[in-house]
Design a protein around this ligand. Structure first.
Ligand code: GLU
Length: 421
């Protein structure tokens, strides 16, 4: 499954409904620029390794290219192109003045030492420095890239320029120009839109059983938010295993986090054996976790998780996409036919890039906001965008993803046409 093909299928669906100007459609089918670089790193053992890095600058009609950099061993150009396209659509969905782009490096970052990781991150910036900039293209974190990595990248760019450039990158630590609230913003934004959908459907949080796939920044913070709001989080997973609560009461997210730190995988007990015989929980595979009985399924891992093969087996009433591209177009249709509400990635995980945009604004002004100010502004944007998407989906009798595309592609098309192709 090629994520870029999936992205283009989504675009085609929306453009047919919108009767999109064919010129605009042609422009949106291709990234504006694809950059590829070889990044040499002197490893700790003295050997030289050369990593492949990408930056796809998809579209900047509405503002500078914006999007994260992913470190993963399965990164490939089609994935980075899809992610860059989705960033373009995401920024337009929530109405922030940014275009879309994405970066990636083929690497298993867990295998690098601290200093190797720093050299790779600085090397990435040196490779693309001429093409990025606070007014051109502003990278950010994504899968397996952290605030520390953003700090090194900002430092490297500032060294090249000869002055301090905090606005070159977002997702930085607070002390070097990060924004309050950026660390939990993706989950926070997803939480706001989930609350709004529940209000529309008249479902009470306390009655909801939730399963969360993925325990990175988005999944882990979403678990905390849901747990504190009284949801019963009955299932978790990471790249190694999954667990399900056998009693249906829900796990305390803080206990899962503590044990994950200690054992390196999600669990709720101290047993050494992953196949332990504790009665209150069971270990499953990620595939099994997705099809367990629950009310809300949060997808916070990678692409292509719900496909034509498992879509009919999904038992959740609501699917919340915190990851990018976790559901394929064929699966979308199957879920919609089953009456399952899917909160799409381009709306649901847009809290991350929205607070990135706030970080960039604060950097340019050198004037910083409190966390309350940040979240108040974020909530307004997320709730307003959700309602626009929901209304469009209702008006056109389509799923929420298509509703979001109608809103976003309309805005991007206006920008392209007004500027002149
Ligand atoms: N990587 C995040 C995303 O996919 C954040 C991007 C950003 O903050 O620019 O939305």
């Amino acid at each position: 499954m090629n994520p870029f093909q999936n992205a283009m299928t989504q675009l085609k669906k929306a453009s047919d409904i919108l009767n999109l100007d064919p010129d605009v459609l042609e422009v949106l089918k291709k990234p504006k620029r694809i950059l590829e670089a070889s990044i040499p790193v002197r490893m700790d053992d003295g050997t030289m390794k050369v990593f492949s890095g990408y930056r796809v600058q998809y579209n900047d009609a509405r503002g500078p290219f914006k999007g994260g950099i992913r470190y993963h061993h399965e990164v490939n150009l089609n994935e980075v192109k899809a992610l860059g396209f989705w960033m373009t659509v995401k920024c337009a969905t929530v109405g922030i003045p940014m275009g879309g782009g994405k970066g990636g490096v083929i690497v298993k970052p867990q295998l690098l030492s601290w200093s190797e990781l720093e050299k790779l991150s600085r090397g990435y910036i040196r490779a693309f420095a001429d093409f990025i900039g606070p007014e051109k293209d502003i990278p950010a974190p994504d899968v397996y890239t952290t605030p520390q990595i953003m700090a090194w990248m900002m430092d490297e760019y500032s060294k090249i320029k000869g002055y301090n450039c905090p606005a070159i990158i977002t997702g930085k630590p607070l002390r070097v120009g990060g924004s309050a609230g950026r660390d939990t913003a993706t989950a926070q934004g997803g939480f706001y839109v989930t609350e709004e959908l529940l209000k529309k459907l008249k479902i009470k949080p306390k009655s909801c059983r939730v399963i969360i796939q993925g325990f990175g920044n988005a999944g882990c913070n979403m678990a905390d938010l849901l747990f504190h709001a009284g949801f019963k989080v009955i299932g978790y997973s990471d790249s190694k295993t999954a667990i399900i609560d056998m009693k249906g009461k829900g796990f305390d997210s803080h206990i899962i986090e503590k044990i994950k730190k200690k054992k390196g995988y999600v669990d709720v007990c101290d047993c050494d054996n992953i196949k332990c015989k504790c009665k209150d929980h069971k270990h499953l595979t990620n595939e099994q976790l997705l099809i367990q009985d629950c009310d809300i399924l949060v997808l916070a891992a990678l692409e292509n998780q719900i496909t034509k093969d498992n879509a009919v087996k999904i038992k959740a009433k609501i699917v919340v996409e915190l990851a990018n591209g976790p559901t394929t177009p064929e699966a979308d249709e199957k879920l919609f036919k089953k009456g399952i509400y899917l909160l799409p990635d381009i709306l649901t995980n847009a809290g991350g890039v929205t607070v990135s945009y706030f970080e960039w604004v604060q950097n340019l002004q050198s004037y910083y906001w409190t966390k309350d100010e940040v979240f108040e502004k974020l909530q307004k944007i997320m709730v307003d965008s959700f309602n626009r998407v929901y209304d469009l989906a209702t008006e056109y009798k389509v799923d929420l993803r298509t509703g979001a595309y109608l809103l976003a592609i309309g805005r991007i098309a206006d920008a392209i046409k007004e500027r002149g192709v």
